[in-house]
Design a protein around this ligand. Structure first.
Ligand code: TXA
Ligand code: MG
Length: 321
């Protein structure tokens, strides 16, 4: 079983030996390995059961280190890096040849980010290589936002989980790149589109181009609980699904329902604060998924700010049906 601890030197020596460590970030926990070691990267894919056409993000301690792994940083994207790193922003940049093909699935761009978490920044600062790290969940399941989430599913497969507590943002990073002169958001995430637009002006959001591995965020069914997950009007859904024979769990932004036992309902933010809702989303989905119900019903958030990224995750969670 994995050791859960805060020993950066132990994490460092495991990574230097080509093995994997789960690392905390402000968004979600990552399953990290030496990005320059193709064997270590291959074991990330294997441990997650992830298809090899779905490329990985590399994590570096600063913009300066990012320069080592890319051919250039377009001025517009550099402004975003300067403004938002460390933070929940991933940039797609033209990669240089130091990065093995297995990291980018052979694509010309590499995804790079500087995560905002003190333990992980300290670890990255002591390593001589970047860390390739997808979210530390089995492929297709809900991303982990605590060391316990990682341990529950991958604990038997990795030696060490670096314990950085609960993730403060709770949604994966926003992925941004350029096509010609246009700035494109490929995955909605923890950095709001409006914040990006304050720095670079209007951007296009392409995050719904599902099942195209060229674009991130990717497969339509993702972030999915094992129970059927249905989105809609909660009063209607409860009427339809909650009955004598079927137990139904309810995920809402700020509501409570007298017909549903307390253990089977979670309001993500009683004050309807979307930032708070984002922080609680994945752990609420896990809690309801592991409860004794047959169906989970959920409502969409207001489509603004982080609500857009939360809605993206809710839709992907539901498409498995
Ligand atoms: O917040 C995050 O981004 C977390 C933490 C651990 O950093 N990581 C994360 O990684 O969410 P992952 O692998 O679960 O999602 C990364 C997404 C994938 O959908 C992948 O397809 C896309 O980024 N991606 C990675 N490299 C890419 C590339 N070169 N071109 C296009 N998409 C890429
Ligand atoms: Mg993921």
């Amino acid at each position: 079983m994995a050791i859960i601890g805060q020993d950066i030197l132990q994490a460092k020596s495991i990574l230097e030996a080509g093995e994997l460590v789960a690392i905390p970030t402000e968004t979600v926990y990552g399953l990290a390995g030496n990005a320059l070691n193709p064997t270590a990267v291959a074991s990330i894919f294997e441990t997650k059961n992830r298809p090899s056409f779905d490329p990985l993000i590399i994590h570096v301690p600063s913009l300066m280190f990012a320069e080592n792994y890319v051919n250039e940083i377009p001025a517009t994207l550099r402004r975003l890096a300067e403004e938002f790193w460390p933070g929940p922003l991933t940039l797609l940049l033209p990669r240089n040849k130091i990065i093995p093909d297995i990291v980018t699935s052979g694509l010309d761009r590499v995804a790079v980010r500087v995560p905002s978490h003190p333990l992980t920044l300290k670890l990255l600062g002591q390593l001589e290589f970047p860390l390739a790290a997808p979210s530390a969940n089995p492929f297709g399941y809900i991303s982990p936002t605590s060391p316990q989430h990682v341990d529950a599913q991958l604990g038997g497969k990795i030696p060490y989980i670096l314990d950085g507590g609960a993730c403060k943002v709770g949604l994966e990073s926003t992925i941004v790149g350029m096509e010609g002169d246009e700035v494109i958001v490929y995955r909605l995430g923890g950095l709001e589109v409006s914040e990006i637009e304050k720095v670079v002006g209007k951007v296009s959001v392409k995050s719904h181009s599902s099942s195209n591995p060229q674009a991130p965020g990717l497969l339509e069914s993702h972030y999915a609980p094992t129970k059927p997950f249905i989105i809609g009007d909660l009063d209607d859904l409860i009427k339809e699904h909650h009955g004598k024979d079927i137990l139904c769990a309810v995920l809402s932004l700020d509501k409570s329902f007298s017909s549903i036992p307390d253990d089977y309902q979670i309001a993500l933010s009683p004050s309807a604060d979307l930032k708070e809702a984002a922080t609680h989303l994945f752990s609420a989905m896990r809690t309801l998924d592991s409860s004794n119900v047959q169906v989970i019903v959920a409502e969409l958030m207001p489509d603004k700010g982080l609500g857009r990224a939360i809605n993206d995750r809710l839709r992907r969670a539901s498409s498995k049906g």
